[in-house]
Structures are given as C-alpha cells and as structure tokens.
Design a protein around this ligand. Structure first.
Ligand code: ZN
Ligand code: ZN
Length: 365
C-alpha cells in the first residue's frame, strides 16, 4: 500500500457527493504527503487537486512527487485566489462534500459564497480509512516506540537521584531527538507524588521526585509524522502495600486488555475488560478515563476505546491500552502499551518492562 493508493480508498467510501473537499490538514497530509500549514485537496471521481498558497507551491510539488502521488497543484497568492482555485476545481460537479467536523462556520460561509455546487456535510470519511495503517505507517510508529523505550530505559535508573519532574522530562525529550525522533509525540508527562500523580495529564513541574512517591511517565516519540504513546509507573524506594496492590491491579487489567484485543471486537467491550477488573476490585471510580485511543498522524485519533464508543476494532488499527487509577493523597498508577490489531489478536509495539513498579536497586559499590 502506498500513499498514492489512499485516494482510491477514500473514493470508495464517499457517498452522497460527487467530490470531497478535504480541508483537515492531517487528512491532506495522509492523502498526499504534503505537510504545509495551508492546503485543501479536492478528490474528484478520477482526479485529485491540491490547492495551497504561495509559500508552499514548491514544497507541495516536491512532497507529492516523493510520495508518488499524482495530483494537480494549484497555488493561490491570496486567500481569495486559493478559494477561486477550489471553486474552479469543484465547478463541474453538482454536489461537493465538505468535512463538517473541521470546517468553521465562517469557512462554510465562504464555500457557500464561492461554490456553485450544493454543499453536503460529511464526517469521518478520510478518518475511517486513516485508521487502517499500512506497513510503512506501522514501521514508523514502531520506530517511534523503540526510541521511547530506549530513552525511558536510560532515564529510569536516575529517578531516585533527586531530580524534578521537569528535569526528567527534559532528559527524555532531548534524548528522543538525539536518537532520531523529530520531537516528542506530545508534552511528556512526568507526574510524581500524592498530588501530581493523581492527575492523569499532569504537566511536569519543579516538584522533586522523592522516596515513596509513585512516578507516572507517559512518553512517546514522533517519527515521520507518526506518534508513539506509552506509560510506565514507578515507585521510588520500597512500595507500600497499597502501591503494590494497585500496581498489580492496573497491570492485571492492562494485560487482560492487551490479551483481549481482536479484530471484530467493539471498543466498548475492550474498555469493559479493563474496567471490569478494576471495578471488581472496588476501584472503579478511581479509573477516570477511557481505556485507550487510536494513534497515528495524531496522538489521539479514531478509534477511541471507551464506554461510549461504538467502533469495532479492525486489522490495522493502532490503539493504546492504558487503564489507570488516580486518587489525591495516593497518587496514581497507569500502564500503557501501544498495539496494532492483527488477524490473530495484536502485536505490542512498546516493549519497556512492566513487571514491577520498583526501580532497579541502586549500585552498592
Ligand atoms: Zn500516553
Ligand atoms: Zn494514550
């Protein structure tokens, strides 16, 4: 599967409109390889056109050629000129689908004024195909996972050295770049102690990592525009009985979730596997978020794995399995792996150890 073949998959899925006007930049990138900050793709029955502005004409041509994508590239010097290009490309068609979830009210007004066709709202057309990762995409995500695994392994032994959350974050992010990532996949989370670790998406502060603390580290790398996502939880020093109990509980739930992942399974069912184990142990209300989410060109994308979702897992979905428990005064525990759904279950892409929350013993020499 190549980038050039993706447009065919989208055409096959489009119904109710003659052409699709793609304005979501992540979708534009996935369809064409173009990474500029301003661009539209018009997908016709047998043609594809990229419209962008004067900053990106050369870049667009080069990136489309590198991706092997055949499309007309139209460059507008002004916003009005780019809109005219879009209108002219759509002019032969009676109905134009637009992406209802990414087009603002103001943009819709501009389309209505400029386009002669009837505008038809669509939702999730490209996103539905974007879910199914091809082998190149999976390899990029796997590389990102390997980088995150490597930097975490480097940094974990220093967690007992009196560093702050922010210092650990800085080391992780610097080393990811040095190992070939274009950056962190998201703002790295380092959350420690009874207050900060109780916040699932805590931002690192100058809080010192101290003996007795739980430390949640949620780290991912960015490779070729693709993200990775992984969380491990540690305890500095000997864990308390409650820390051990909750770590084992979350790990059991997380392993059960990974073992249950299968094509054809509903996301609700997968969420229930993890949530059921935690709830049965009496900690259901400590598990305050969904079990996981899709990962690709975005760090959070379809399918979202939670109680409310109605998606069905498919071969090629890349999703996290990340149950956790949080309570102010205790802190928190989360264990997260990234997996790709396969025809016989899943392949786990993240490989950092998760057997024990304990840090390796410090050297005694
Ligand atoms: Zn994460
Ligand atoms: Zn995640």
């Amino acid at each position: 599967m190549t980038v050039a073949q993706r447009v065919q998959r989208v055409r096959a899925r489009l119904s109710g409109a003659d052409v699709l006007l793609v304005s979501d930049l992540t979708n534009v990138r996935w369809l064409t390889g173009f990474t500029g900050s301003n661009g539209w793709v018009v997908i016709g029955p047998d043609s594809m056109t990229l419209v962008t502005d004067g900053r990106y004409g050369q870049q667009a041509a080069a990136q489309l050629a590198a991706a092997g994508v055949e499309a007309d590239v139209l460059v507008g010097a002004t916003g009005a000129a780019t809109l005219e290009h879009i209108a002219a490309t759509c002019a032969p068609f009676a109905t134009v689908g637009f992406e209802a979830t990414s087009v603002t009210y103001a943009q819709h007004g501009q389309y209505r004024a400029a386009l002669t066709a009837t505008l038809v709202p669509t939702s999730g057309v490209v996103e539905a195909e974007r879910r199914i990762k091809d082998s190149d995409e999976i390899e990029s995500i796997a590389r990102a996972c390997r980088i995150a695994d490597a930097v975490l392994a480097e940094v974990v032994p220093s967690l007992g050295d009196g560093l702050t959350e922010a210092q650990v974050r800085n080391r992780l992010e610097l080393r990811m770049r040095e190992l070939g990532a274009s950056g962190p996949s998201y703002d790295t989370i380092v959350a420690t102690g009874p207050i900060n670790a109780a916040l699932p998406h805590h931002r690192p502060t100058d809080t010192l990592i101290e003996p007795g603390h739980t430390v949640i580290i949620d780290v991912g790398a960015l490779v070729d525009g693709y993200h990775s996502d992984m969380t491990r939880t540690f305890v500095v020093g000997a864990p308390t009985a409650l820390q051990t109990k909750l770590y084992e509980l979350v790990l059991t739930a997380q392993r059960a979730g990974v073992a249950a992942v299968a094509a054809g399974m509903s996301v609700k069912e997968l969420d229930g596997v993890c949530r059921g184990i935690i709830a049965d142990a009496g900690y259901g209300d400590w598990f305050t978020h969904g079990t996981g989410h899709g990962v690709g060109l975005l760090i959070h994308e379809d399918p979202f794995v939670n109680r409310a979702g109605d998606a069905i897992l498919q071969v090629g979905d890349v999703v996290t399995v990340e149950p956790g428990v949080y309570r102010e005064g205790f802190g928190g525990v989360r264990v997260e792996d990234l997996v790709v759904v396969t025809s016989d279950g899943c392949r786990v892409l993240t490989a950092s150890p998760k057997d024990s929350p304990c840090l390796p013993s410090p050297p005694t020499t």
